[in-house]
Ligand binder design. Sequence first.
Ligand code: UDP
Length: 240
Amino acid sequence: MTIETELKRGEMFYEGKAKQLFATSDPDLIIAYFKDDATAFNAKKRGSIEGKGAVNNRVSQLFFGLLESEGIRTHFVKRLNEREMLCRRLQIIPVEVVIRNIVAGSMAKRLGRVEGEVLSRPVVEWYYKSDALDDPLINDDHAEVFGWATAQELARLRELAHKINRVLSNFLNHRDIILVDAKFEFGRYHDEILLGDEICPDTCRFWDKATRAKLDKDRFRRDLGGVEQAYQEVLQRVSR
Ligand code: UDP
């Protein structure tokens, strides 16, 4: 099989809110296509952010490359074009891993804390990946009892989330961005657990270090304006 055949886009087997996933002739590889569509509050708010797909593709590739260079294995194989990346095909673990350095969003609301409170150490949370249920917050027992992840896998996810958070926070800090929180998805690949999905302004909160201005999807969620500009600003800062 030539590389050309391998890279051909096969059938679309999944369409999510922000991406389409296509099979390739290699069962271990898929192509992720990044859309401009944006949703928030579990798709109750819908819209489009011009150029978002291209930015998220670039930013994710950059972060995956950085993490790989720090010894963290990811699904990223290579960039194909402006909106597509070649990835390893994972069996996604249905547990969304959120790590927080500063209180924001649902944590502020659920626990009655002020957005912006700096946590004394990073906090990890699990959410069950289910659109029908609006991704509910779960604990270790839920994940284990319902068979979403084993105790051993959860321990590994926690360890990886902390490591990824340290690498990204440090990298972003040098570019005058605070990593407030982030959501990661992981998957099983042969005998390993790899980081999957995307890491971008849709899935993280980025605040400007000096002004604390929001440079992420909260601009869309909260109708703050300047959404496209914020995404471009993140791309520019992480590319330098
Ligand atoms: N997040 C995400 N997908 C989701 C829910 C959250 O990427 O389905 C990200 C979100 O962008 C933020 C972090 O996870 O960086 C924590 O989100 P939070 O629980 O505060 O929920 P939100 O305020 O987004 O509803």
